[in-house]
Ligand binder design. Sequence first.
Ligand code: SF4
Length: 337
Amino acid sequence: MKFSIHQDISNAYCVLETGEPLDRKGASLLADIPGDAVLDLASLAHKVRLRYAGEPEGFHTCSIMNAKSGECGENCRFCAQSRHNSAAIDVYDLASEDEVLAQAAEARAQGVRHFGIVTSGYGYLKMTPEFRRILAMIDRLHHELPGLNVCASVGVLSKETAAALAAHGIAHYNINIQVAPSRYGDLIADTHTVDERIATVRLLREHAIPVCCGGILGVGESMLERIDMIFALAELDVSVIPLNVLVPIEGTPLAANRTAGLADIVKTFAICRLVHPRKIIKFAAGRETVMKDFQGLLMLSGANGFLTGGYLTTRGRDVSDDMKFMGQLEHFSGELP
Ligand code: SF4
């Protein structure tokens, strides 16, 4: 009996050889490979990650703080913080500087390199008192925790607020397009458009702020639509791509959504790596709670980063457990310890 690798995976080895991104045709063909070929694809994506996105940082780790929770007027279907949904969550106004500082200091002490301040809501188009408080928080973290990469995710920005953020210095700004732009209105929200979010990405890039922008898997999209999202991110030239797996939350329209199939999620991570050989691809929500036993497999399918220490409205696992996990993943980096 002859054993051989699937032809479409074999063709994609050009990414490993050249470091050039896989084209759309190659990515679309990989979306159709059968289940018994998926680990071969994961293996290729892992090798590409090691060759082109392994150094100098190793795994990228970040923690976030939900600094303002709930009462959001937007109607994102997956989100527990939307006023249109009825999820039972803690609702609170913007946290104090001291609270944010304490949480950032704890993350840094545990070895986390990036810390993101996140707020619920549409965003900030004007220099409101609340937005100025966020800028002051950023300054305080820079001053008191030198070496920590301070990030922010506070929604849609205007020219004025993007310029202000740039002036205060942030490592990354997170704003997700979530799905293929053509499906945003029916799969995610219709109280705002994906174009407003894309305009924010472009504003940030004008100020040379590295953007963290990705999406969520399992909200009803097809594999080809995932590939559309992956290529939309390439056009936006983002630096970090967070991939979330839907955590269905009671009280949201997606509460009864079945998790996207595991093999398709592995394929999506791997294809994302082949289209973005040098980017940070970060496994965000759903890693422990939805992927459970298979989170390690996902981390060996092209990802080189993860969010640790809890999400916006759902818990993660302890950072110390994740740090051990990261050490174990390094066993697959070529030289055995
Ligand atoms: S994802 Fe953000 S904008 Fe959408 S409902 Fe949740 S908090 Fe509001």
